[in-house]
Design a protein around this ligand. Structure first.
Ligand SMILES: *[C@@H]1O[C@H](CO)[C@@H](O)[C@H](O)[C@H]1NC(C)=O
Length: 407
């Protein structure tokens, strides 16, 4: 088939699946909802592994209620002695993931547990829209305004508030670890002096600020067919690939040239090192919802090669920002004094090497950099060798800041 014919067929299939979703959603709207008591992340993954864990709720300036978990060492000796907790570290998950991302493998393999074992005061971030966040003070998830945000708000509201909160509870600057979208929001937030002044150092896995060299075939296909704009135009505001609609949307994107069987690789690049027999377990947690506007903002970055605020189009930009163009997040404003550690992968189809080098060039500081030739995008949180490859080096890096005198 001609390329354009293929595209038309795809567009048609996708339109149908979106329309049927909208119908279903409308049919269910207005029915009474009885909110079931949700299990918490502490209950599901952390307490069962034998680690003390408590739940916190943080309210953002725009009214979202975020779930934060605080995890400490499973060694009862340390707690019994009533010794001080170590320095706080905040974990920031990637797109379509949530705080569970850091606890998906065994305690010996997962960063959240490993940091706790080393005496860190581990705080687990969950951005708005994920299953571990707690909605909004006034908006229902069925209201389209609930989903009217992108990573810009995740950086300037969610991350800002998490950092403020942890800083005020612990009375200490904090370490930050981010993966993927967690690094986008870190870079954006670190350009803001009132946020970055509370950060001791950061370790960024699959760091992303620029996205114009994304090589993932399925992502390129979605960008080319302007799937993000279609979805928004058709009135779908929440992206949930766990829903029947979301799953069938993904399937409708595959064909003979782009096999569905290796969907993960066609989105994230070839991952070397995670445990294939654990995928069903991972999928009990993943993927988490995000907003269509967030996808739209990310695709704007891919199309234009910018690291800027959301582009509403000239007129609305003028109203929102006082300029026809959305303002840039200027990486050169990240203080040179902020210690940064970064790791990137040779098979990462989302955090491309060219884009990563672009990021490095604009940073005033010279971060410590680890390159892992075999790593794809997901290996950074799931690799069975991540402890040796990444987590031990991160812990050494954090400990080299000299905040561990009490442990
Ligand atoms: C891989 O996952 C399976 C299923 O959860 C588990 O039984 C096995 O121990 C895991 N392998 C490693 C090396 O962690």
């Amino acid at each position: 088939m001609e390329k354009s014919a293929v595209l038309t067929t795809k567009l048609f299939a996708i339109t149908i699946s979106i329309l049927s979703f909208v119908n279903t959603a409308l049919a269910f709207d207005g029915g009474s909802t009885d909110p079931k008591p949700q299990p918490t992340l502490c209950d599901e993954l952390i307490l069962p592994a034998g680690y003390p864990c408590s739940e916190y709720v943080v309210q953002t300036k725009d009214g979202f209620l975020l779930g934060l978990q605080r995890v400490s060492s499973s060694s009862s000796a340390r707690i019994k002695n009533g010794r001080e907790r170590g320095p706080p570290v905040l974990l920031l998950h990637g797109l379509f993931m949530a705080g569970d991302a850091w606890f998906l493998n065994t305690p010996e393999q997962s960063l959240g547990f490993i940091l706790a074992d080393h005496g860190f005061d581990v705080w687990v971030g969950n951005v708005r829209g994920t299953r571990w966040s707690h909605g909004h003070i006034s908006l229902s998830e069925k209201n389209k305004n609930f989903w009217d945000w992108s990573w810009q708000e995740l950086a300037l509201y969610d991350l800002a508030e998490m950092i403020n909160y942890i800083n005020s509870v612990t009375n200490s600057k904090l370490f930050v670890v981010g993966h993927s979208q967690g690094t986008i929001i870190s870079f954006a937030a670190f350009t803001q002096p009132e946020i970055v002044e509370k950060v001791e150092a950061a370790a960024l896995l699959s760091p992303i600020s620029y996205l114009d060299h994304v090589s993932a075939p399925l992502v390129q296909r979605m960008v080319k067919m302007h799937l993000d704009q279609m979805i928004v135009t058709m009135g779908v505001h929440q992206l949930n690939f766990k829903s029947e609609w979301g799953a069938s949307l993904l399937v409708s994107l595959c064909d003979t040239r782009l096999s569905c069987s290796d969907m993960l690789s066609s989105i994230t690049g070839k991952n070397c090192c995670f445990n294939e027999s654990r995928v069903a377990y991972y999928l009990e947690q993943e993927p988490h919802p995000s907003s269509s506007k967030n996808l739209n903002h990310l695709f704007q970055m891919i199309r234009k090669g910018t690291f800027s605020k959301y582009d509403y189009g000239k007129l609305k930009n003028l109203i929102e920002y006082g300029n026809f163009k959305p303002p840039k997040f200027d990486l050169s404003r990240i203080p040179k004094s902020l210690p940064l550690w970064m790791a990137y992968g040779g098979n990462d189809a989302l955090a491309d090497i060219t884009d990563f080098q672009h990021t490095l060039k604009e940073l005033p500081s010279t971060p410590e950099v680890v390159y892992l030739e075999n790593y794809g995008h997901v290996d950074f949180i799931l690799s069975l060798q991540a402890k040796q490859d990444l987590y031990d080096p991160i812990i050494s890096f954090f400990k080299s800041m000299g905040k561990f005198s009490s442990i």
